[in-house]
Design a protein around this ligand. Structure first.
Ligand SMILES: Cc1cc2nc3c(=O)[nH]c(=O)nc-3n(C[C@H](O)[C@H](O)[C@H](O)COP(=O)(O)OP(=O)(O)OC[C@H]3O[C@@H](n4cnc5c(N)ncnc54)[C@H](O)[C@@H]3O)c2cc1C
Length: 405
C-alpha cells in the first residue's frame, strides 16, 4: 500500500508527442538525507513550485515515482490557460457568496498573468500565446444568463464583452444565441511549459530525483520524514504534495472526484482557423472546448463521464473520438474535423470548479496542491504563489481563500 494511489492517468496519443521535448530524468538517491523543502511530484504543479521556491533562494528537492518528469496528467493536458473558472461568476456567487466568488475569480486572473510574466521572464518558449476566449451560450447559461455574467465580470474589472447572435456570426462565423469574448487568457504546450520551469528551477539549485515512490510519511512539529519504496528516508522541514490526481491518502476526502475525459486533434489546417485563434468553450453540460495549436491543428475535448475506471475509460475512446469529431464539425463545418490523434485521461473535478491548496490538517508544514477543475494549470500557478509565500512566512492577500476548511 503506497501513500498515493497509483493510477493509469492517461491513454492514447496526446498531440504534444508531435513536438518533441527532451525528457528530464533524475538521478537516483543513494542514501537517506535531510533537506529543507521536498516536492513530491514532477508535473506542472511541482515544476512551478520548484521554480518559485528556487527563485526565492530555496533549493527544493523534487522526487517522482515515474522514470522521468512530466509523465503524469500534464502530458495529457489540452492547456487552455484560462482565468475563467468552470463555474460562472454569477453562479459561484450564488453558491458561496459574492465577495468570496469575486476574490476567487480575481485570484485566478492574477495567476494567469503571473504565469505569463514568469514564462516570458524566464525565456520559456512552450508555444505560450495570449489568446482571447469565446464562451458560447448553452444549457448552463443562455443569452440572458450571459448578459448578467458579463455585467458582474465587468464590475470587478475583468475584460469580457457580450456578443449577440449577429455579432458572433459576423466575427466568428458561429451560429449561437450569444457569447462572451474575454481577454487575458492563453494557451501553451503543457509539456514544454512544465519542462521549461523544471529546467529553470534545476539551474537555480533545485534537485530532481526519480524514480522514487514515496510510500509513507511520519510527520511531527519538528519535521517530516518521507520513506521511499527503496528504503531511503528523506527528512524535511516542509513537504509539498504535487501528486495531481494520485492524491496522498493523508489528504482529507473533500467532495472532489475523479472523472474521465477525452480529446482529439486534427491535422494542421492553417487556412481554417477562426479569428484570433480564440479558445472556445461552451456554457453547457456536458461541455465542449476547442483550441488550435501554433501549426494549425485543432484540439477538441470534453465528453466527460462521471467514472474513474480506466479500463472502461480506454474502451470508450473510439466512440468518444467520433462524438468529438461530430461536435467539432457542427461548430466549424469548414474545418477538417477528422482526428489524427486522440487521447483520454483521468480528470479531477471539484464541486465548484475551484482548487484546494494549503496545509494538510494534522500535518504541520505539509501542503497539498489539488488543482482540481478545468483550470488545473492556472491553479498550479496559484498554488506556487500561495505555498511559496507560506513557506517564506509572507502574507498573501489570497491566503485562506482555497485552504482545507
Ligand atoms: C485530457 C485533459 C485535459 C486537460 N485540459 C486542461 C486545460 O485545458 N487547462 C488546464 O488548466 N488544465 C487542464 N487539465 C488539467 C491539468 O492538466 C492538470 O491539472 C495538471 O496537469 C496537473 O498537474 P500536476 O503536476 O498536479 O499532476 P501530474 O502532472 O499528474 O504530476 C503529478 C506527479 O506526481 C507523481 N507522484 C504521484 N504520487 C507520487 C508518490 N507517491 N511518490 C512520488 N511521485 C508521485 C506522479 O508520478 C506525477 O508525475 C487537463 C487534464 C486532462 C487529463
Amino acid at each position: 500500500m503506497g501513500l498515493t494511489r497509483k493510477r493509469d492517468l492517461r491513454d492514447g496519443n496526446a498531440v504534444w508527442a508531435n513536438y518533441a521535448v527532451p525528457s528530464i530524468r533524475g538521478a537516483r538517491l543513494r542514501r537517506s538525507l535531510t533537506t529543507e523543502v521536498v516536492i513530491v511530484g514532477a508535473g506542472i504543479s511541482g515544476a512551478l513550485l520548484a521554480q518559485a521556491l528556487a527563485d526565492a533562494g530555496k533549493r527544493p528537492l523534487i522526487v517522482d515515482r515515474r522514470r522521468a518528469a512530466l509523465l503524469g496528467s500534464t502530458a495529457a493536458s489540452t492547456a487552455l490557460l484560462q482565468f475563467e473558472l468552470d463555474t460562472p461568476l454569477t453562479k459561484l456567487a450564488s453558491s458561496i457568496g459574492r465577495r468570496k466568488a469575486e476574490k476567487m475569480w480575481l485570484a485566478s486572473r492574477n495567476a494567469v498573468n503571473e504565469l505569463r510574466t514568469r514564462t516570458h521572464r524566464l525565456g520559456i518558449e512552450a508555444h505560450f500565446k495570449s489568446r482571447p476566449s469565446l464562451y458560447l451560450a448553452g444549457n448552463v447559461l443562455d443569452a440572458h444568463g450571459l448578459k448578467r455574467e458579463v455585467a458582474q465580470r465587468q464590475r470587478i474589472g475583468l475584460s469580457s464583452e457580450y456578443l449577440d447572435r449577429k455579432m458572433l456570426g459576423r466575427h466568428f462565423g458561429i451560429d449561437r444565441a450569444a457569447a462572451l469574448l474575454s481577454h487575458g487568457n492563453a494557451e501553451a504546450n503543457p509539456v514544454e511549459l512544465a519542462a521549461g520551469f523544471l529546467r529553470s528551477a534545476i539551474s537555480a539549485g533545485a534537485r530532481f530525483h526519480a524514480p522514487h515512490d514515496i510510500i509513507d510519511i511520519d510527520c511531527s512539529r519538528r519535521g517530516t520524514t518521507l520513506l521511499t519504496n527503496d528504503g531511503i528516508n528523506i527528512r524535511a522541514r516542509h513537504v509539498i504534495f504535487c501528486t495531481g490526481y494520485e492524491l496522498a491518502k493523508i489528504v482529507p476526502a473533500t467532495n472532489n472526484k475523479i472523472l474521465s475525459t477525452w480529446a482529439i486533434a486534427t491535422r494542421p489546417q492553417p487556412q481554417n482557423i477562426w479569428p484570433q485563434k480564440a479558445l472556445i468553450w461552451e456554457a453547457s453540460e456536458p461541455y465542449l472546448y476547442v483550441r488550435s495549436t501554433v501549426d494549425g491543428r485543432v484540439i477538441c475535448g470534453g465528453e466527460d463521464e462521471d467514472f474513474a475506471d480506466t479500463k472502461k475509460r480506454d474502451a470508450l475512446s473510439p466512440k468518444k473520438s467520433k462524438r468529438l469529431e461530430t461536435k467539432l464539425h457542427r461548430l466549424f463545418p469548414q474545418v477538417d474535423s477528422r482526428a489524427v490523434t486522440s487521447w483520454t485521461g483521468s480528470f479531477g473535478a471539484s464541486p465548484n470548479g475551484t482548487p484546494t491548496i494549503g496545509q494538510i490538517p494534522g500535518f504541520p508544514k505539509c501542503y497539498a496542491v489539488m488543482g482540481y477543475g478545468g483550470n488545473g494549470i492556472t491553479f498550479s500557478m496559484l498554488a506556487a504563489t500561495l505555498v511559496t509565500a507560506e513557506i517564506l512566512g509572507k502574507k498573501s492577500p489570497d491566503a485562506g481563500l482555497f485552504t482545507f476548511k
